[in-house]
Write a protein that binds this ligand. Structure first.
Ligand code: SF4
Ligand code: SF4
Length: 308
């Protein structure tokens, strides 16, 4: 029998006291790895399962301590800042241990399910008082399904409410491994048109739509639909109308909808990883436009809120 606590996975953050990742006060575990490549991604550090170096230029004092620390000579000073040759860097992390200014951070830690559970359990009192719990996010938690199932199972055994934030892009047998330990799904719907979905996320949406219907109707799991509102991509009245119709007709009017306005946080994260900024050059949607989109869902009898 598998020792659930010993199952290992890659995460890049554990955030306590979250209030936008499901009901009540929650601890959110951000897992690495994702099969999608949304052009507006706000957590690009989640894409790869590998360790990655995050460099924050504003924090760099130009002291040069990291230069001799790097075993392969990948760092030099340019205009008073430590520049990393990303073609040479092996992401060994040695430079992060000598930087006293926290300009260099390692994204990605290998941990056991037991270690993650211990961090979650610390805040059990807050969950009990607020109706909260633990949320797995990412990245795509289903990308590390055995690890996700182990963490969630440990939470369930301890009586902690569990939520899974997902793109829904996974084979059904993978979902079946995890679903028994999930109390609530925060399920993303990005675009109703399969070719538009393919163009901006790298995958089509047929599997995603099938999965959410099966999860809700066959498995009887509570679902909240989350729609990232990306101006110029999915915020046309036509697409929002199609999305509202899908939710109301294929799921049901009792399924809540959250509209999540796009922001540009992912851009600075990409820069800190030394890769090109956001590939989808959008601006945050206006309040007026969000209200207009909200009305479309309301006209389908759905309960909708702006924000998570
Ligand atoms: S050790 Fe840190 S502060 Fe000093 S040069 Fe390197 S990155 Fe900058
Ligand atoms: S992570 Fe390792 S290889 Fe990359 S710059 Fe830092 S010390 Fe050098």
């Amino acid at each position: 029998m598998t020792n659930l606590s010993a199952v290992e996975g890659m995460i890049f953050n554990v955030q306590h006291y979250c209030i936008h990742d499901g009901p009540g006060i929650r601890t959110t575990v951000f897992m690495k790895g994702c099969p999608l490549r949304c052009l507006w991604c706000q957590n690009p550090e989640s894409h790869s399962m590998c360790h990655q170096i995050f460099f924050t230029a504003e924090k760099c004092a130009g002291c040069g301590k990291c230069i001799p620390a790097c075993p392969i000579g990948a760092i030099h000073i340019q205009d008073g800042k430590a520049v990393t040759n990303r073609n040479l860097c092996q992401s060994c992390g040695v430079c992060t241990t000598v930087c006293l200014h926290e300009a260099r951070n390692m994204m990605g830690t290998r941990v056991s399910a037991g270690e993650v559970f211990n961090k979650i359990e610390q805040d059990k009192i807050f969950y009990e008082e607020s109706g909260g719990g633990a949320t797995l996010s990412g990245g795509e938690p289903l990308f590390q399904s055995e690890f996700a199932a182990s963490v969630l199972s440990l939470c369930k055994k301890a009586g902690i409410h569990t939520a899974l934030e997902t793109s829904g892009y996974a084979r059904w047998d993978i979902l079946q491994l995890v679903l028994p330990y999930v109390d609530l799904l925060l399920f993303d719907l990005k675009h109703m048109d399969p070719s538009e979905h393919q163009k901006c996320t790298g995958v089509s949406n047929e599997l995603i739509k099938d999965n959410v219907i099966r999860i809700y109707h066959q498995q009887k799991k509570p679902v909240i639909i989350r729609i990232p509102v990306i101006p110029g991509y999915n915020d046309s009245l036509e697409n929002i109308e199609a999305t509202a119709e899908f939710v109301a007709c294929k799921l049901g009017a009792s399924v809540p909808v959250n509209l999540l306005p796009f922001h540009r946080l992912g851009e600075s994260k990409n820069e800190r990883m030394g890769v090109q900024g956001l590939l989808f050059n959008s601006i945050p949607p206006s309040e007026q436009h969000l209200k207009e989109l909200k009305e479309i869902f309301v006209s389908h009898g759905l309960t909708v809120q702006i924000g998570g």
